[in-house]
Design a protein around this ligand. Structure first.
Ligand code: NDP
Ligand SMILES: N[C@@H](CC=O)C(=O)O
Ligand code: NA
Length: 438
């Protein structure tokens, strides 16, 4: 039995996918039953590192998603449109969909999964989060017996690559970003990586799967790495931390159903398992009851790793088709979907305001070098219940005394109010940096 794939996109991930499908030896035998029927691209003239039959290449992507011969549409063009419309049309035409497109799923997941449930088809997205790391399928299946509490991840390969190289070798941000683009890690528009938007899309998807409800993307607090300077990386190092762009989703407290869902650069203690996740590697640490902590680690971007996830989704669908998806069990004339593989959440999760977040903070101040400055800082913080774990007067910078503070766990709203008062003190020249600490 041959299952026909319509591939939308032949860029980094599309090429990686073709490479696996064209080389089935020593992989799962089911791969031999999967054939690439058509490939949709923007330009027919572009030179490609792989060869596909010229009569399968087309710029008419609509003809792929409506082709009655195609069983599975693989969407790896990226972006919002026409990716959204093409996926919806494929579903409407009874095709299963595999996508790596976290941006489209994070924004249009409701519409896409509702349409898929209506049509009795699967939309699988293992490649959309953590590239090659299996994390979507484990959340849906292997971990489904757990009450999950926390998901913390390094889930953007480009920023992890940049931060790692900044930490290890200094180096110019723009040059390092250019390397990440050459290696195929970055999005078509790398601001999605640098400003944390790609990680926000991914944590919204992970939170929805972990906590059983949809997430409104604007509810995800999102900060990127533009303001992480070499100075902060050096201070973090001295204090026993590394700086990572973390994406965090967790229950805000035992007593409410509210979640925290946020992305921001974070000082991570060097002893923490996420601290040693470097370069393009991603890792997702999940905590649940009764499993405790479990961590997934691997390459979060790049052609081969991402294609590994795409092809595993194709094979999952091929396996279901092999045993006769839709032929045996039907409800209202529609094929019954495996409830552990399909997405069927209806309600939206409530997200706690950032002001209520309880966390540690790092802050760096430039002050006039008068006696009593540290005391004034301490008083402002103390007035707002912000207790300090360490205060270091580190030296002079640009004629100002540099003071670095790390707090205990405090309420973010209180910390920000104290910071406003501190900023207004005549002795304070600048609040040079504020970062959260894990
Ligand atoms: N790169 C990575 O490491 C990862 C990427 N992803 C996701 O995978 C998806 C694809 O990424 P990637 O492979 O890097 O992207 P690329 O930019 O490398 O490739 C995009 C492909 O889609 C084609 N394409 C784009 N728009 C259109 C259009 N309107 N009509 C026809 N063809 C179009 C392009 O055609 P042409 O070649 O003719 O220009 C190209 O072949 C994205 O959603 C991305 O977020 C997920 C995980 C990792
Ligand atoms: N641009 C993304 C690619 C994978 O999703 C990243 O850098 O992680
Ligand atoms: Na994955």
């Amino acid at each position: 039995m041959a299952f026909k794939v319509g591939l939308l996109g032949l860029g980094t991930v599309g090429v990686g996918t073709v490479e696996i499908l064209q080389n089935p030896a020593q992989r799962h035998p089911l791969l031999q039953d999967v054939v690439i029927h058509k490939v949709g691209v923007r330009s027919l003239d572009k030179s490609r590192s792989i060869t596909v039959p010229t009569d399968s290449l087309t710029t008419d992507l609509e003809s792929i998603v409506t082709d009655p011969d195609i069983d599975i549409v693989v969407e790896v063009i990226g972006g919002l449109e026409p990716a959204r419309s093409l996926m919806l049309k494929a579903i409407e035409h009874g095709k299963h969909v595999v996508t790596a497109n976290k941006a489209a799923i994070a924004r249009f997941g409701d519409e896409i999964f509702t349409a898929a449930a209506e049509a009795g088809v699967y939309v699988l997205l293992e490649a959309a989060v953590g590239g090659g790391i299996p994390v979507i399928e484990p959340l849906k299946q292997s971990l489904c017996a757990n009450r999950l509490n926390t998901v913390i991840g390094i889930i953007n390969g480009t920023t992890n690559y940049i931060l790692t190289r900044m930490q290890l070798e200094g180096g110019d941000f723009a040059d390092i970003l250019a390397d990440a683009q050459t290696l195929g890690y970055a999005e078509a528009d790398p601001t999605a990586d640098i400003d944390g938007l790609d990680a926000a899309d991914k944590i919204a998807i992970l939170a929805a799967l972990s906590f059983g409800g949809r997430i409104k993307l604007p509810d995800v607090h999102c900060e990127g790495i533009r303001h992480v300077s070499a100075v902060e990386i050096a201070y973090a190092e001295k204090l026993g931390f590394v700086i990572k762009l973390l994406a965090i989703a967790r229950r805000a407290s035992e007593t409410t159903d509210q979640l925290e869902v946020r992305v921001h650069p974070t000082l991570v203690p060097k002893s923490h398992p996420l601290a040693s996740v470097n370069d393009v590697y991603n890792a997702i640490l999940i905590e649940g009851d009764p499993i405790g902590q479990v961590m997934f680690f691997g390459r979060g971007a790049g052609a081969g790793p991402t294609a590994s996830a795409v092809v595993s989704d194709i094979l999952n669908i091929a396996a279901l088709l092999t045993i006769g998806h839709g032929e045996a069990k039907q409800v209202d004339g529609k094929p019954l979907l495996d409830p552990l593989l399909a997405c069927s959440h209806q309600h939206y999760c409530a997200i706690a305001p950032m002001a209520d977040l309880v966390t540690r903070f790092y802050a760096r101040f430039l002050t006039k070098d008068y006696p009593g400055v540290i005391g004034k800082l301490g008083t402002c913080f103390g007035d707002h219940d912000v207790s300090l774990e360490s205060v270091v007067q580190a030296g002079m910078r640009d004629g100002f005394a540099e003071i670095v503070v790390v707090t205990h766990d405090v309420r973010e709203g209180n910390f920000r109010t104290a910071l406003e008062e501190i900023q207004a003190l005549p002795t304070i020249a600048t609040v040079a940096s504020v970062l959260r600490v894990l």
